[in-house]
Design a protein. Structure first.
Length: 222
């Protein structure tokens, strides 16, 4: 089997990305900034960028009809949707070394949760931190994106409030705090979402962010 080093893996990402390229790119750029905010090295952050760029590679195995369904998925359809994670991990077996381990774990586990209620019942606390980084970047991007056929884009403030409300359940308190700190202090965030035609007013003070207006009960899929 062909194996790929770091530069080749980045080149390969161009053929494995989903049709929602701008979403994938936004997830990757936000993940990289989060990794740096977590104190990771620039080299590690660049690897996380690639892993995030490829996190949904397995969706290329699913039908456009399923991916673009405007209505709620049936239980059977949801089980099929979940397989994009296993497909992605399998497709990325060609990436070798530490980067290969990372891209496969991100592809397989980016829908896991801190409370073990994700796709495969694993807790993010038991997975490498880079998985949670991509998971939170993916969730935020999916919320504000205008490219999802089954929902309208959320206003950035509501998406931020939602992430804040998920501390201790979907994500760790530590990661949510890092996410909010990054949004408050990094003026590059808005530029990440310009290709999605979203101009978020990202600079926020998330005090009492979970009170009022948060769509905790609103169901969405990523």
């Amino acid at each position: 089997m062909q194996t790929l080093q770091f530069p080749q893996a980045l080149q390969t990402s161009q053929t494995l990305q989903t049709s929602h390229f701008h979403e994938d790119e936004a997830v990757a750029k936000l993940s990289k900034l989060l990794a740096l905010e977590c104190g990771m090295s620039p080299e590690k952050a660049e690897q996380i960028y690639i892993a995030a760029l490829l996190h949904d590679a397995g969706k290329k195995k699913l039908s456009a009809e399923l991916l673009n369904k405007p209505d709620k998925l049936t239980p059977e359809e949801f089980e099929v949707m979940k397989t994009h994670t296993t497909f992605g991990a399998e497709m990325l077996r060609c990436v070798e070394g530490d980067l290969g381990v990372m891209v496969r774990k991100v592809a397989l586990y980016h829908h896991e949760r801190w409370d073990s209620c994700g796709y495969w019942g694993k807790s993010l606390s038991k997975l490498p931190r880079y998985v949670e980084i991509v998971a939170i970047a993916d969730t935020f991007t999916a919320l504000v994106s205008p490219l999802r056929t089954y929902k309208q884009p959320w206003p950035p403030k509501e998406a931020i409030d939602y992430i804040h409300s998920q501390a201790g359940s979907h994500f760790s308190h530590a990661m949510v705090n890092i996410f909010l700190q990054l949004l408050r202090t990094n003026d590059r965030i808005a530029g990440i979402y310009e290709p999605l035609l979203v101009v978020p007013a990202i600079i926020v003070t998330p005090k009492n962010a979970t009170q009022g207006g948060v769509r905790n009960s609103r169901r969405f899929r990523i």
